[in-house]
Design a protein around this ligand. Sequence first.
Ligand SMILES: [Zn+2]
Length: 271
Amino acid sequence: MIEIVPYDDTVTCIKTGTEIDGKVIIWAYSYLIGDTLFDAGCPNAIEEFMEFVSSNPVKHVYVSHAHEDHTGGCSALADNATIYAAPQTSDVLKNPEILPDFFVMVWGQPEPVSAVAPMPDHFTVRGLDFEVVPLPGHNKDMVGFYESRRGWLFSADAVPLPSRKQLSMPDENIPQTIATLEKIQALNLNVLFDSHAGPIESPRRHIQTRIDHLKDLQTKVRELHNKGRSVPEIIDDLQIEGPWYVDMTKGRFGIDYVIRSLIYDKASQSR
Ligand SMILES: [Zn+2]
């Protein structure tokens, strides 16, 4: 389903999600400014998305990363709009992975996108100057869109939704996520346009809570690792229990990926 919620005179929130028993499982936010879209919703909402677009023409779609809750509308939007993406995201857009049933239920299966243009470093929409900023960690080539005069960042999935992140995908680099969160904190934002929490005004505390949790977890995990504890033992020691649906993700999400990443991964310098 879809919900359209104006944020102000400039930004419109487009919320997409899958309804089960009258409740949306989880919302994914896309944002519209003029004829320009930041991310394209989940595949299960594609028909409603295109209905909205039929009266609100979209000419440019900037895609933050390749996950299905951000790319669902791209295949249909590509008929009338230019889709922009970084190289790895572009590859997945053209050739999407076949998702496990659980994710087809939660978000839907994306269709291939015929043509994708390279992501520029900057672009302008309605007099706003956006810088494309790398936000690696959650996904290697994830980018966000930063408007420095407004203090706005369209941050995709850079800031974890739960205040105490316990699950990740196997290719997430958690030390890199921490470095990216610190980079975002240094921007002194007025509004964080998050992909799942929606617009967050004065987001400093929201971001810091997540930095503090991950750093604290990193210290504890590394101490236990240095004492010779294995990954499953560390999960036991810290009494971390995953949510009910972990097994249904068929290995696409796990607690062990977080622990392993905190032990072995390093943050590289990004600009
Ligand atoms: Zn994502």
